[in-house]
Design a protein around this ligand. Sequence first.
Ligand code: CP3
Length: 342
Amino acid sequence: MANDTFLRACRRESTAYTPVWLMRQAGRYMKEYMAIREKRSFLEMCKTPEIACEVTLQPIKAFDLDAAIIFADILLPLEGMGIGFEFTKNEGPLIRNPVRERGHIDAIKVIKPEEDVPYLLDAIKMVKAELNGKVPLIGFSGAPFTLASYIIEGEGSRNYVHTKKLMYGDPGAWKVLMDKISDVVIVYLNAQIDAGVQAVQLFDSWVGCLGPDDYREYALPYTKRVLSSIKKSVPAINFSANTGTYLDLIREAGGDVVGVDWRRRLDDAWMTIGHDIAIQGNLDPAALFAPPAEIRKRAREILETAGGRPGHIFNLGHGIIVGTPVDSVRVLIDSVHEFSRK
Ligand code: CP3
């Protein structure tokens, strides 16, 4: 592989500079993406391997990134689970019949990736061939809690009332649902690993709505089972957002790398999870709307908090925001490399 800096950092090996990739690096902030998106729906793009491949590579061609992430969405396994959803115009996904009762939970199927998401596995193989070892390819899945909350709420949520109502009111049903989703996540990630991804990331974007005791009881056991059951041949990144007050528990859930957001300083976060594990993060995505000099300053500050220790992967603390200036993305990536080069 021409550039294995990202994989070396996942293993906490020394690197010539700090590797950087950005969550949601392929997307609507790029004009190359919008040119395709104008003619196709988001799901159509995900389900057409040639397009998913092209879009995955757009940011790799535009910037000096150290990893690619396959173009897909955390909701792609839903169809095979028997949960219908649609993307409403401009608003995002909607599940018209959300899962809130035991009968509906019992009807959920564990997917067969080769039958239910063949397009994703084809896209991975295609990207691998195109990359030809330039940088590693990351596969991903939603973590059990974030997937459960989406299929229970049916759309984005502020207070997660339906999720918590089920969790607190019928813990037995919650366990059945989370066990099933965990089984899905395991086969989904293993299929991506078999198709050739060189690392995987779990996105627990919504789990921060839980306090520490609820995380320990209702989410941790499932994330832990996923991370201990998937194939060990590639590193796993355990990313969550809004969990800065219980990063010790996030670490307990497992993964080779813990992904953190910007609500804790990186040095505090690393101290909490322990220096015997790699860390990914943690620039506020909104900082990319600041002037270039401020972006450079913030990149330098985060690198300083990492202190040159091996095992830091630079990233945002969550996905790129729509409307982010492309030039700011370039400034960030180039300054991370410049300031960290040994
Ligand atoms: O880093 C990556 O590129 C990973 C790919 C990824 C996408 N969505 C691509 C996407 C990941 C990890 C997600 C996460 C996701 N998707 C979550 C978890 C919360 C989060 O933001 O981390 C949820 C709930 C979804 C479901 C979903 N997909 C929503 C709510 C939306 C609409 C809002 C939005 O951001 O557009 C999508 C669409 C989506 N997922 C797009 C992309 C690139 C935009 C598609 C488009 O309209 O062109």
